[in-house]
Write a protein that binds this ligand. Structure first.
Ligand code: ADP
Length: 494
């Protein structure tokens, strides 16, 4: 029954381009056959049913052009034309009556064909639109399914949220990492706090979640580290990225957040830091004894001079000092990592401090270090730590300008600040490296250049010392032409 209804109902066929020839042909012929039989044997007065037949013809043409497009409508119109011609000849019309019927048939047939063409064209266009719509929907559904599969298979946790639904959903990896399925609403109030996600051990407001910030503020977050407490016990470290998804009008329609579990990596780093810390502490004690022995050896040599032995002892002392500097740097890096780098601040003359470090370095270096622009400025800070920064910059300037011999040190007073600059004319640093050199253990490894000894700790320690003095450190450099390092320190008590 349902299938018959579907076959007959023209609206059920919208979007179906399977136009039939047989059905309009058979149905129209059958309709006219029934009408003819009724006219001849039931009504018995053929002239009285003219209007009724025209009405049926209009209905048939309209129906089939809507059901089967232009072809269906034309078929119905053509059969109608045949039937009308049959009527003219079978009723034995003559004279005026024949002419009138012939004219009416011609005009009506023309109208029927026009009607069939218009309705059929409209129906075919409608089918094309509907089909396009269906195709687009299917393609979107298919795309969605494909994306879903990719998301589920990704080895990183992916969270997705849509502005309209406000539901945050996660892929399988999220479930694996967090130990639970994620299907939750975006926070409704700023005061909502997550008990599991934490930042520096503190429970995190939900509005600060990367995905919330991406969808509400359009922020792009890259490589942020979060802690996550699974079941309130197991602590995980996550590295999170998030970004908004915008439509063509640049409006935010959704947001995506990806995260990796970096717990193992963190634990490894922690173990490595612990080891470096322990090793440098262990190295410190024998080094102190070695230095004491060297000093007593030197004292003995003063009493019984021996030139050759004196040279050897001086060299041993130099190397021991170098070793001690390395161990101290290692300890400082550990202290920075554990937040234990302490400062004891006082007012001191920057000019004197710079002169002292230049004097100390000039003992062993052939470079000329020029320091002319003195300022008589007193800064407030840790004298030893600032000395460490200046010495590091000067040592680097000497180390990285082996072909040149000049180094220029300047001090300049600026609004509320004093700026120290150390300029060399050596190998220089490329633009893309000039930020990275301040990172922990970062060294420029350029295969075309001779490799210089070092561990990449000096600038990292210097940056931390300057930062803790509320100052800034940066470099301006051009590869092959030399570098100028700047340290800006605020004046007054900090
Ligand atoms: P180290 O000198 O022990 O390698 P640093 O942290 O002091 O470590 O410096 C980091 C890196 O920055 C160095 O390895 C070097 O590549 C680059 N660098 C530092 N100072 C200079 C300079 N004056 N000229 C060129 N490169 C420099």
């Amino acid at each position: 029954m349902v299938s018959i209804l579907r076959l007959v109902n023209p609206f059920a066929r919208i979007g179906i381009r399977n136009y039939s020839t047989i059905i309009p042909l058979l149905f129209t012929v059958l309709s006219y056959l029934v009408i003819e039989l009724l006219t001849l044997y039931v009504v018995r007065d053929p002239d009285s049913v003219g209007i009724f037949i025209i009405f049926i013809s209009v209905a048939l043409v309209m129906y089939f052009s809507f059901r089967d497009g232009i072809r269906g409508g034309f078929l119905a119109a053509a059969i109608t034309l045949f039937y009308y011609t049959y009527i003219i000849f079978s009723r034995n019309y003559s004279g005026d009556q024949f002419r009138t019927s012939l004219n009416t048939t011609i005009i009506l047939s023309l109208l029927f064909f026009i009607l069939a063409a218009i309705i059929g064209w409209l129906k075919q266009s409608l089918d094309a639109i509907v089909l396009k719509e269906i195709d687009a929907r299917l393609a979107a559904e298919e795309g969605h399914l494909r994306l879903q599969t990719i998301l589920q298979q990704l080895p990183v946790g992916v969270l997705l949220v849509d502005v309209r639904s406000g539901i945050i959903e996660g892929n399988r990896q999220v479930e694996k990492i967090l130990g639970k399925k994620v299907h939750m609403k975006l926070p409704q109030h700023d005061s909502e706090v997550s008990t599991n996600a934490r930042l520096n051990q503190q429970p995190m407001p939900l509005k600060d979640w990367p995905i919330t910030r991406a969808i509400t503020k359009g922020e792009v977050i890259s490589g942020e580290e979060l802690e996550y407490w699974r079941d309130g016990k197991k602590q995980l470290f996550l590295r999170v990225n998030a970004a908004p998804i915008r439509n063509t009008k640049h409006e935010i329609v959704a947001a995506v957040s990806t995260f990796y579990d970096i717990t193992q990596q963190k634990e490894m780093e922690q173990r490595k830091d612990d080891f470096v810390n322990m090793a440098s502490h262990e190295l410190k004690t024998p080094l102190t004894s070695m230095k004491l022995y060297i000093d007593s050896l030197q004292k003995r040599l003063e009493k019984n001079p021996d030139e050759r032995l004196q040279r050897i002892v001086t060299n041993v002392k130099l190397q021991t000092n170098r070793l001690q500097e390395l161990v101290n740097d290692l300890l400082d890096v550990s202290r920075i990592q554990t937040g234990k780098l302490s400062f004891s601040k006082e007012f001191f003359s920057l000019d004197t401090l710079i002169e002292e470090s230049i004097e100390m370095l000039q003992e062993t270096s052939k470079h000329t270090i020029e320091f002319t622009k003195k300022t008589h400025i007193k800064v407030h800070g840790d004298r030893f730590r600032i000395y460490q920064v200046i010495t590091n910059l000067l040592t680097n300037a000497i180390k990285y300008s082996p072909q040149e011999s000049e180094i220029v040190v300047k001090l300049k007073r600026e609004a509320g600040h004093v700026v120290l600059s150390v300029q060399d004319f050596g190998i220089g640093i490329s633009k893309d490296q000039s930020k990275k050199i301040f990172e922990r253990l970062y060294q420029v490894t350029d295969p075309t250049e001779k490799t210089f000894p070092g561990l990449g700790m000096g600038l990292y320690i210097s940056r931390e010392i300057v930062r803790r003095h509320k100052g800034k450190i940066w470099v301006e450099s051009e590869k092959g032409k030399g570098s100028t390092f700047f340290v800006s320190l605020p004046l007054g008590k900090k």
